[in-house]
Design a protein around this ligand. Structure first.
Ligand SMILES: [Zn+2]
Length: 321
């Protein structure tokens, strides 16, 4: 999505109030989940006596973490943006098949660690009506939490080794604070923008503020994360100064490039369109770099906000390998 920097103070205050109202939902969901899981555990292990209950109940809360010998890529439904202004992307309503946007998050499971790419819309939106959460013209809907989707495949936030955000806009950082224990791979331009005096005043600042004290690796250029060429952060500045994409080389599926907001709609790619302000900000060069990579390697190019992609992509707990 595009990001409007100047927000009227009344909107900022209203959004802060909404965020505060939404917060108990975010906290309540895991508790309810844990309670239900514990009840199930109680039924199963009741005959074993109380002494054995506590450790078994804890163990039952998460599915076992898969041990992988080669790469897996999981795709999560991290929300939907209801939106009808493709003109902002230099396209007409007739040109875009579906102007709404999916919001995707990805987990790369490597034999030597877990990497999360983007954290989507905030988990506190689950269960909230659309009219409460319209931001910059984007209505936000969410049906399930990222935390819950990770738990379904045996991953607690503490198990994430690396966090990469394609960029810092609010539809990509919604749950980033949950992963402050990971090593954060980030470009200086984005990190500086996230912790500027202005950014500290945004209603969603708290959703990633904890990253300020995370173990942080400032990137320059592309970065081969595991040193074996399977997972590479690609510098693709333009949408923001530190915008990046992720190249994942899967054994059976082949190479895939997760392009963040380098494109929003497939029609942007087909018709070579982009938001007017990005024509001189680096997006032209970044798109050329990625298209050249796609030609050279045959990689699939995934546009996370494309509704057609979002509808058809195989989602967790299934995976690509
Ligand atoms: Zn976006």
């Amino acid at each position: 999505m595009r990001f409007i920097l100047e927000l009227p103070p009344c909107l900022v205050a209203a959004r802060a109030a909404r965020a505060a109202r939404a917060a108990p939902v975010a906290r309540a969901a895991p508790v309810a989940r844990a309670a239900l899981t514990s009840l199930a555990a109680l039924a199963v292990v009741g005959a074993l006596g109380l002494a054995a209950l506590a450790p078994r109940a804890r163990a039952a809360e998460l599915a076992p973490l898969p041990q992988v010998a080669s790469l897996r890529l999981y795709v999560f439904d991290c929300g939907t943006l209801v939106y009808n202004r493709p003109e902002d992307y230099n396209l007409t309503r007739e040109q875009v098949k579906d102007t709404n946007m999916g919001v995707t998050c990805y987990l790369v499971m490597h034999p030597r660690g877990l990497l999360l790419f983007d954290t989507g819309l905030n988990d506190g939106l689950v269960g909230r009506p659309l009219y409460e959460n319209v931001l910059d013209g984007y209505g936000q809907i969410k049906f399930n939490t990222l935390r819950g989707q990770l738990a379904d495949i045996g991953v607690s936030p503490e198990r994430i080794d690396y966090l990469v955000l394609s960029h810092y806009h609010w539809d990509h950082i919604g749950n980033a604070a949950d992963f402050a224990g990971a090593t954060w791979l980030v470009y200086k331009g984005d990190r500086d923008a996230m912790f500027s005096p202005q950014a500290r005043g945004y209603a969603w600042f708290g959703q990633y503020a904890a990253l300020e004290h995370s173990k942080t690796v400032l990137l320059s250029g592309d970065r081969d994360v595991f040193g074996d060429g399977t997972v590479t952060v690609l510098a693709t500045p333009g949408h923001t100064e530190g915008h990046c994409s992720l190249l994942v080389r899967l054994k059976n599926t082949g190479p895939i490039v997760l392009t963040g907001d380098l494109y929003h709609y497939a029609e942007e790619r087909a018709l070579n369109r982009m938001p007017p302000e990005e024509k001189t900000s680096g997006t032209v060069e970044s798109r050329a770099k990625i298209e050249e990579l796609v030609r050279r390697t045959g990689a699939k190019l995934w546009i996370g906000h494309s509704m057609e992609f979002f509808r058809t992509v195989r989602k967790s707990p299934a995976w690509y390998d």
